[in-house]
Design a protein around this ligand. Structure first.
Ligand code: IMP
Ligand code: MG
Length: 178
């Protein structure tokens, strides 16, 4: 399909499943090389990263574990302060080599918060692995070790990424038409 329609918007094909497969394989090869003989813990960020994490992990040949985590937002005690907690993390990460697996880094604020929160639990290391990165929108200094593809600023859906809950099921990635 060249275009898809989700709710009130039309999206056009931007990245094919074949290209995604190539880039995910490349990232997996880099990880297999970097983590040889070790046992990293992948933390896949729900909901968006579930497709990427599944494809990535099936290409890893090093011993590895996975957990699925979510950043929960709630109003904190401090006035106006948004506190965000990691939920779903049932493994003690102290001394572990952690790899955060995310669908897309836009401003980078979500990932920055995730990494800071994880570091307070004293892992041996925290690496960032993202399917997509929008360099044009990044507002923070993030050390992204693994990135499948850099993309333009436009809103994307498919391969796990959603528009208001829809579109995660497509195997290709589509870009919004304004
Ligand atoms: P950030 O904190 O601005 O980096 O936002 C990252 C989060 O926003 C991602 O985990 C996605 O859930 C969502 N997001 C950012 N850009 C897109 C997009 O183009 N399509 C779908 N979700 C997006
Ligand atoms: Mg997300």
């Amino acid at each position: 399909m060249q275009t898809i329609r989700l709710k009130d918007n039309t999206f056009t094909m931007a990245i094919t499943a074949e290209e995604l497969e190539r880039q995910v394989s490349r990232v997996a090869s880099e990880m297999n090389r970097d983590y040889e003989g070790q046992r990293p813990l992948l933390l896949a960020v729900l909901n968006g990263a579930f497709v990427f994490a599944a494809d990535l992990m099936r290409r890893l040949t090093v011993d590895c574990e996975v957990e699925f985590v979510k950043l929960a937002s709630y109003q904190g005690e401090r006035s106006g302060g948004q506190v965000r907690d990691i939920i779903g993390l049932h493994t003690d990460i102290e001394g572990r080599q952690v790899i955060v697996v995310e669908d897309i880094i836009d401003t980078g604020l979500t990932m920055l918060h995730m990494v800071e929160t994880l570091k307070s639990r004293h892992p041996a290391s925290v690496d960032i692995c993202t399917l997509l990165l929008k360099p044009g929108k990044l507002q923070t200094k993030l050390d992204v070790r693994y990135c499948a593809m850099e993309v333009a600023d436009d809103f994307l859906v498919g391969y796990g990424l959603d528009y208001d809950g829809l579109g995660r099921n497509y195997k290709d990635i589509y870009s919004i038409i304004h």
